[in-house]
Design a protein around this ligand. Structure first.
Ligand code: FAD
Length: 315
């Protein structure tokens, strides 16, 4: 049982762990989908970029214990490297969290690799830069609006292809096959990464004949078939669909929040109270993902301090 699980080891997530540690919260784990911490800074800041504490004129008086100052990209990463080392934080890298569910008093955290963890408190600090994984082959322009990364656009009567072998793909497949002509494609023939409930639902859907499958074969390319999606498989076969939905890892921040069943306002920002606690008791939201616009490292550091104080009080 983890006392405090933090999703995302960006500057906000790291700061939350440190602030909580200072308040004697034990058993803290950070989950980071990248191979290193602070992936937004690594990927989106240019080499040598100046890093302003009061970013874009947002003046922030730091409330916590992290003495963050103006610097540059490399210096900022080194500053957080040192914080991690000095506080011996437990960070599980390459852990892409798919969803967090509350079961009774505790939370279950699901990774896209099929692992799950239990936690008393959860802080979501995933930032806003997340994107779904895309296939390596190109998607022809005329069919781009029919090649999707979630099921929000499906229309009545469509013939669908779902691509992927994780929980998300399987959930789309067994749900959609009740109302649509649906085929599930996975490059492997076994679904090793899905949870027991999904394995059971998948079996039922296939056995009932509602869900068709194309397993153990990869897709090698897509073509435009008069506005429909032509799918070419590695075994030489080809089939045309109205729409293809890829669920092959990664998610937009909005998809993530919806999967966690958080209440969102009209700008799709999580509804939080003055402690950054979401509509789900014990689940907090911090940093860029907690804001409708703007955001900065310093704002995230203050969220971290606020949340840590609240959690320490309750543990
Ligand atoms: C080009 C650019 C320049 C900027 N310049 C400045 C500046 O000078 N000063 C400043 O204060 N701010 C600046 N910002 C804004 C600043 O980068 C953000 O406010 C800050 O990074 C937010 O921190 P965060 O920890 O909330 O989110 P992020 O830094 O985005 O970190 C989120 C982390 O969560 C991980 N993650 C995402 N999804 C999952 C998942 N499902 N499972 C596990 N891990 C996940 C990501 O890999 C990432 O490491 C800039 C932003 C950009 C894009």
């Amino acid at each position: 049982m983890i006392d405090l699980a933090i999703i995302g080891a960006g500057t906000t997530g790291i700061a939350t762990a440190i602030e909580a540690q200072k308040l004697r919260v034990k058993n803290i784990t950070l989950f980071e989908k990248g191979e290193e911490h602070s992936m937004t800074i690594r990927k989106f800041y240019k080499e040598g970029k100046r890093v302003d504490k009061d970013y874009k004129g947002q003046e922030v008086a730091l409330s916590g214990n992290i003495d963050f100052k103006d610097g540059n990209k490399e210096g900022t990463l080194e500053f957080f490297d040192n914080l991690i080392a000095n506080h011996t934080l437990e960070i599980k890298y390459k852990s892409d969290i798919e969803s967090v569910q509350k079961n009774g008093e505790f939370f279950t955290i699901h990774t896209s690799g099929g692992e799950s963890y239990e936690a008393r408190f959860v802080v979501i600090a995933i930032g806003k830069m997340g994107q779904p994984n895309k296939p390596s082959y190109s998607i022809p322009l005329p069919i781009r609006s029919f090649v999707n990364f979630n099921a929000n656009s499906v229309k009545a009567g469509e013939k669908l292809l779902i691509v992927g072998g994780g929980n998300s793909a399987v959930e789309y497949a067994y749900d959609l096959c009740n109302s649509f002509d649906t085929t599930l494609n996975y490059r492997r023939s076994e679904f090793a990464r899905i949870n027991e409930i999904n394995a059971e639902e998948l079996k039922k859907a296939i056995e009932s004949g509602k869900l068709k499958t194309k397993l153990g074969v990869d897709i090698v390319g897509l073509s435009d078939e008069s506005g429909k999606v032509g799918v070419e498989f590695a075994d030489g076969s080809k089939e045309v669909f109205d729409r293809a939905i890829y669920a092959i890892g990664g998610a937009t921040p909005l998809d993530f929040l919806q999967k966690c069943k958080l209440s969102l306002d009209e700008s799709n920002t999580p509804v939080v109270d003055e402690h950054c606690e979401s509509s789900i008791k014990g689940m907090f939201v911090a940093g860029d993902i907690a804001l409708s616009s703007g955001g900065s490292i310093a704002i995230g550091l203050n969220h971290a301090h606020t949340i840590a104080q609240e959690i320490a009080k309750r543990l």
